[in-house]
Design a protein around this ligand. Structure first.
Ligand code: GLP
Length: 238
């Protein structure tokens, strides 16, 4: 099993390599050696190897025995776009909307603390909203931010788009996210908020969003109605 520490360090290596590629390394250019990366980032070589294994599986880099690790021609992840709910709905020619149910400050807890790089006792702001498209409730969303990064957000969101608001008020710009999608059924409370029968199928999306320096900004859990939402991915061969 991966310890939180091991996972965090491996993520650090991954982000460092992804940032180097993003900052202008060309396809087929060689990356620093495992030893160099380990020294620069002050982690052990096994952690570097684990991170490079992951990036290789995802098609971001490739290795040639005895020659090193190189930048791949194409990145699978490039074909996925990081969008806000509002952008997502506009792209489908629908009018996005938002109703805040609850805004609160409280302790992060284990899962959110881990995602945001906080201790479980540190304060976060939780924003619960129902998201609508053409006034139909589509999604129930809980977004969480380190309280120190969004002072006063608990007082309310300006406008319908949280991403627009945190960019304008706090300079937080989401550029990358890790996202997992699970199949779930709605419990009674969720179903009532989404005006749909209990136990209807839905998608649960867990997203951790990062800024350009790979610092986590937001952890969000969004539940989308299965009868009103679908995922569209454009995928390319590595
Ligand atoms: C999506 C993401 C959320 C994010 C939201 C922002 O729904 N899953 O993590 O908070 O977009 O959307 P908007 O800017 O429209 O509020």
């Amino acid at each position: 099993m991966t310890s939180p520490e091991g996972g965090t360090k491996r993520d650090l290596v991954r982000r460092h390599v992804e940032d180097m590629i993003g900052a202008g390394l060309s396809p087929h250019e060689r990356l620093p050696t495992e030893r160099e990366l380990a020294e620069t980032l002050e982690v052990n070589r096994q952690t570097v190897r684990g991170a490079l294994d992951e990036l290789e599986r995802e098609g971001v880099v490739y290795r040639l025995q005895g020659a090193g690790t190189f930048v791949s021609e194409a990145r699978i992840s490039k074909s996925f776009e990081l969008t806000s709910f509002s952008e997502d709905m506009r792209a489908r020619n629908m009018r996005p909307g938002s109703q805040s149910i609850d805004l609160q400050v409280g302790a992060a807890g284990q899962t959110v603390g881990y995602a945001l790089g906080l201790s479980p006792r540190e304060d976060v702001v939780r924003v619960r909203r129902v998201r609508t498209a053409d006034d139909i409730p589509i999604c129930l969303e809980e977004s969480t931010f380190a309280a120190a990064s969004v002072p006063g957000l608990e007082g309310g969101i300006e406008g319908d788009s949280l991403y627009d608001d945190i960019r304008q008020r706090f300079g937080l710009v989401a550029v990358r996210a890790d996202q997992e999608i699970h199949a779930v059924v709605l419990d009674e409370e969720q179903a009532a908020a989404l005006q749909t029968p209990p136990f209807s199928p839905a998608f649960l999306v867990r997203r951790t969003t990062y800024d350009a320096r790979s610092r986590p900004i937001e952890y969000a859990e969004s539940v989308y109605r299965g009868d009103r939402y679908s995922y569209q991915l454009s995928i390319t061969r590595p």
